[in-house]
Ligand binder design. Structure first.
Ligand SMILES: [Zn+2]
Length: 179
């Protein structure tokens, strides 16, 4: 089963998954690592991230994870929505209309601030087109891996990583074999 999200929403999923909570492995370990991740994924071309950028990126990452956990049925922290709003403000997200009747959010700010704003804009676009609620963070507190729920009934709560897949299997095994 694929965990990948459609279109640009996959970038949000990959961003959240730059930190593996269970092991502590963090692809955004320092400002240079943040810079190259954003370059590798087409958000920025050149420049250098500062340590304040790294702080902002990590705050945004956990805010997004918190919203994705809510999509999987967990209780959200109130600050998460505020963090996304603040990132949108800093990036000066504006509406861009095209002549064919389309509209999208784009950051007015450049660099890392603009890149983080673009991640928020992708999330907002997904909320508008209905794909957002399928992007979830695994219910297991020590996992919280981001995955896209392709199930017709949108019922998935655990990711398909080996450990959580086994957890799910163990649970249904227990259910099947209960008294
Ligand atoms: Zn998981």
């Amino acid at each position: 089963m694929s965990d990948r999200a459609p279109g640009d929403l996959e970038l949000v999923r990959l961003f959240v998954n730059t930190l593996e909570l269970e092991t502590g492995d963090d692809d955004l370990s320092d400002p240079a690592a943040l810079q190259s991740w954003l370059e590798d994924h087409g958000f920025v071309h050149g420049g250098a991230a500062a340590s304040t950028d790294l702080d902002a990126a990590k705050r945004l990452r956990e805010a997004l994870r918190s919203l994705l956990a809510e999509n999987a049925g967990s209780v959200i922290r109130k600050e998460a929505a505020e963090t996304l709003g603040a990132a949108a403000d800093r990036a000066r997200l504006v509406l861009r209309f095209d002549p064919h009747g389309g509209v999208r959010l784009e950051p007015g700010a450049a660099g890392i601030t603009g890149a983080l704003g673009r991640l928020v804009a992708i999330g907002a676009g997904a909320m508008a087109d209905g794909t957002w609620t399928r992007l979830k963070a695994c219910r297991a507190e020590d996992c919280r891996w981001a995955f896209y729920d392709h199930a017709r009934n949108r019922s998935r709560q655990w990711c398909s990583m080996a450990v959580c897949g086994n957890r799910t299997k163990a649970r249904s095994y227990r259910r099947r074999h209960a008294a």
